[in-house]
Design a protein around this ligand. Structure first.
Ligand code: ZN
Length: 340
């Protein structure tokens, strides 16, 4: 595991609706705060303007609190890092400007971090990764598969062409009257339903690419809600059938990737599932079975690095920061591409 030692990093993450800060020294989390903004719940989705305002308020509050702790001396921080994209531009601006100000105030370098690189590297915090390594990034904002040839050479194999997987869960939940965010409720209800009750479409299943598409499933669920009485049984069966269909799509795409790599004589050594949807036990169990059958090691990040968090941003900084790539003038970019 390669990382820099004797480095104390302060990192912030504000790309969507989590306000998070972390203080990390080498590979040790000293302090980590994640505040999930509940202000969006009444609106059925994240409202960008509300998110920015909430970040501004919360960032100051939690940082002041952290810096006042008796075990913390902010003057000892070596580098200040923050998420600079991809994400909501207003939220990225709040987090990066706040963190840049700290770096100027304490006269220390500022390091911009790509949010997706944070997710990709999160598993290496607690696992010795062997390459080539396949990463499944499953979140509310992204659904992507990456092949990491090594730590610095990453290739995007496929991604969702419409809704992200977490988004598909939340939108389906909303359609059957579960409120927002409802992804976790779908998982709970699915335990009691019949997963073969509804036959849902599997878009792009036979497509030659490794891309995903989930929005057609949501449209189909919408049609079913119009034709049926939405009661508890309906909710349970829909949840079950939806979760099963989504999982089957992912598995089929992974199998396609494995075949493709085999044909190219690339023998995959390990894989990881990162992002908030990695918390879904049904998906986990099914993927664990698949990789066990294929004899491929499967890793997860630590729990607090799964959903959006500043610890993975601090870790990406500890792994990649050099005096040459410090950049106080870096402009946040809502569509920032990964450069690993
Ligand atoms: Zn994320």
């Amino acid at each position: 595991m390669m990382y820099q030692t004797n480095m104390l990093v302060f990192a912030s993450e504000t790309s969507c609706d989590e306000t998070s800060i972390c203080l990390m020294e080498d590979n040790k989390i000293i302090e980590h705060v994640i505040f999930s903004q509940e202000i969006h719940y009444n609106h059925g989705g994240v409202v960008p303007e509300l998110a920015s305002r909430s970040h501004l308020e919360k960032l100051q509050e939690i940082t002041n609190k952290m810096f006042k702790k008796p075990n913390i001396n902010p003057k000892k921080i070596d580098v200040f890092a923050s998420t600079c994209g991809p994400g909501l531009i207003g939220s990225l601006l709040v987090g990066s400007t706040f963190t840049k100000s700290l770096s100027i105030g304490f006269n220390k370098p500022f390091f911009p971090v790509n949010h997706l690189e944070g997710h990709l590297l999160s598993t290496s915090f607690n696992n010795p990764i062997v390459y080539p390594h396949l990463v499944l990034l499953l979140t509310g904002g992204h659904t992507q598969m990456y092949l990491m040839h090594d730590e610095n050479k990453v290739e995007l194999l496929g991604e969702s062409v419409d809704d992200a997987i977490g988004e598909a869960f939340d939108k389906t939940a909303k359609l059957i009257g579960l409120g927002y965010p409802g992804g976790a409720q779908i998982e709970e209800l699915a335990k009691y339903g019949d997963e073969n009750y509804f036959k849902l479409p599997k878009p792009l299943l036979n497509d030659p690419t490794f891309n995903f598409s989930f929005s057609g499933i949501k449209t189909h669920v919408n049609l079913l809600t119009k034709k049926s009485t939405i009661d508890d049984n309906f909710r349970k069966n829909i949840s079950s059938s939806f979760q099963k269909t989504i999982t089957e799509i992912i598995i089929s795409k992974i199998e396609k990737v494995l075949k493709f790599l085999n044909n190219k004589n690339i023998s995959l050594k390990s894989t990881s599932i990162v992002g908030g949807v990695a918390n879904n036990y049904y998906i986990r169990r099914n993927l664990e079975n698949l990789f066990e059958k294929k004899n491929i090691e499967l890793y997860y990040p630590i729990k607090e690095m799964m959903s959006d968090n500043a610890a993975m941003i601090a870790w990406a900084c500890i792994k990649n920061f050099t005096n040459k790539n410090a950049d106080i003038f870096f402009k946040p970019d809502p569509r920032l591409k990964i450069t690993l």
